[in-house]
Every structure is written in C-alpha cells, then in structure tokens.
Write a protein that binds this ligand. Structure first.
Ligand code: SF4
Ligand code: SF4
Ligand code: FES
Length: 239
C-alpha cells in the first residue's frame, strides 16, 4: 500500500492544503491513470481521515507523453504524469504530487501556460519561410528541438527562471525552452533580419543569464540536448 499526498488549492482562494489518500491497487499504472481512477472512485477519494474529497483538477491530453499537458511535480521532480509509473515513483511507499510552481495556478494540479506561449509569440520565435539546412547534424538538432512538448518541466528546475510573470516583463530571463525554440527558429528561418533579431534577444535575455547548470537537460521528458543547442547558439559559427 502507498500513500499519495496531493497539493490542492484554487488560485482565487490563495491558500493550498494537502489531501492524503491510500492506494493498494495495481502499481503498474501511471500517475495519470491513478488520478483518473481517483476521480471516478469515491472509495479511493476518501482520505486518510475518512472524508470524501472532491475530484482533483488536472490537465491531460494525449496520455502518450506527446502533448506535455500533464506535467506536474511528482516527488519533487517535474515529470509527465502519463509517463510516471507508480511502481517506480511510489517504490518508497509514498508519492507527493503538486502543481508546477512557476506558472499561475488555476486549480489543484492545473496551471496556465498561456504566458509562456504569448512570450514565444511576442519574441517572434517562429519561422515564416523555412530553409532546409545542408548539414546533417544541424538538421538532426532542428528535428530534436522540434520534439519540445512545451511542458514546462525545464522551467520548473531552472534556478534562473523566476517566471515570465515576475514583474520584470520583457527583460525577464525566458528560461531554457527559449533557447530550444530559438535554435529551431534561427536555423530554419530564411530571413536574415529575423535571425539577427533572434540573436540579439538570445544574447541579451538568455546568454547573459544562463549559468549552464543543465537542470533543464536532466528533466526534459523529450530528451532534448539543451547543452548542444545552447553551445551552438553561443558559438560564433552558425552550426
Ligand atoms: S525543452 Fe523539454 S522540458 Fe522544456 S518544455 Fe520542451 S519538452 Fe518540456
Ligand atoms: S542550463 Fe541555463 S537554462 Fe538550463 S537550467 Fe541551467 S540556468 Fe536554466
Ligand atoms: S497527457 Fe500528453 S504528455 Fe501526458
């Protein structure tokens, strides 16, 4: 049997609390499966004090590790709930689950990632007319950067990312996802002026403020090579 500690709360009310449940069912399921069962089954949703708790609000999409919607902090590490198996994350007899802390909370485990998308859009991190690199390794890295799930796990662990929403507005450190998206936009854009602007922003906002601790790479569920992408962006050569 395991105990599951879930941090709950609504943004409008400000305060949060932890509900504690026990579970002694199939341990080969994922945290996403467990949350689905929990919300369906009143017996599971009765807490250790015998009180029936309301269904847990959380986000999911694909349930296949492809959309990034179910990112949450499980045992202190940001992960995808649909790729976190109870027999691994619960092997010590308990699991803690809380929402990502660097996004505005909506409710329970659900957060709003709107500002992250708005920021990428505002800084023109996209490609209008694409060119195809002649270099195989560059194409490979462009492909890998395109695997980003926009889940936000890297932002959660980055010590220098305080949130795009922390009042520093346009000058805030935009976090590791920014470098991933910049690499892809820069290496596929056929517009010199656009690329020039991407470089200035990258140098001002990212390069000056990243300390290369690589927590971003360690937690990335898409296994994006943050170190390689950042090294290439930092290089004078356009590789
Ligand atoms: S780089 Fe990795 S951790 Fe960061 S948002 Fe993309 S998939 Fe998630
Ligand atoms: S390497 Fe840079 S972007 Fe990645 S976690 Fe460290 S400070 Fe953040
Ligand atoms: S629900 Fe899509 S990645 Fe988990």
């Amino acid at each position: 049997m395991i105990t599951v500690h879930i941090t709950r709360g609504e943004a409008v009310h400000g305060a949060s609390h932890i509900d504690v449940f026990t579970y002694d069912g199939d341990m080969t399921i994922t945290v996403a499966d467990y949350l689905t069962l929990l919300n369906r089954d009143k017996a599971l949703r009765t807490d250790v004090n015998g009180k029936l708790r309301p269904p847990v609000i959380w986000d999911c999409g694909c349930l296949e590790g492809k959309c990034g919607a179910c990112a949450m902090v499980i045992n202190g590490v940001p992960r995808l709930a649909c790729r976190s198996f109870l027999d691994k994350v619960g092997r010590r007899g308990s699991i803690t689950i809380r929402p990502l802390s660097k996004f505005p909370l909506i409710c329970d485990l659900s957060v709003s990632k709107d500002k992250m998308f708005e920021t990428l859009k505002k800084r023109q991190i996209w490609t209008e007319k694409a060119v195809i690199s002649e270099d195989t390794e560059t194409r490979n890295l462009i492909y890998k950067s395109g695997q980003c799930l926009e889940c936000g796990c890297c932002l959660e662990v980055c010590p220098n990312f305080k949130g795009i929403f922390d009042g520093r507005g346009d000058n805030a450190f935009p976090g590791p996802i920014y470098a991933v998206e910049t690499y892809r936009a820069d290496r596929t854009s056929d517009d010199d002026y656009h690329r020039h602007k991407l470089h200035i922003l990258y140098n001002d906002l990212f390069y000056e403020n990243c300390d290369n601790s690589m927590g971003c790479k360690a937690v990335c569920p898409a296994k994006i090579p943050h170190d390689e992408l950042q090294a290439r962006l930092n290089s004078k050569k356009r590789v």
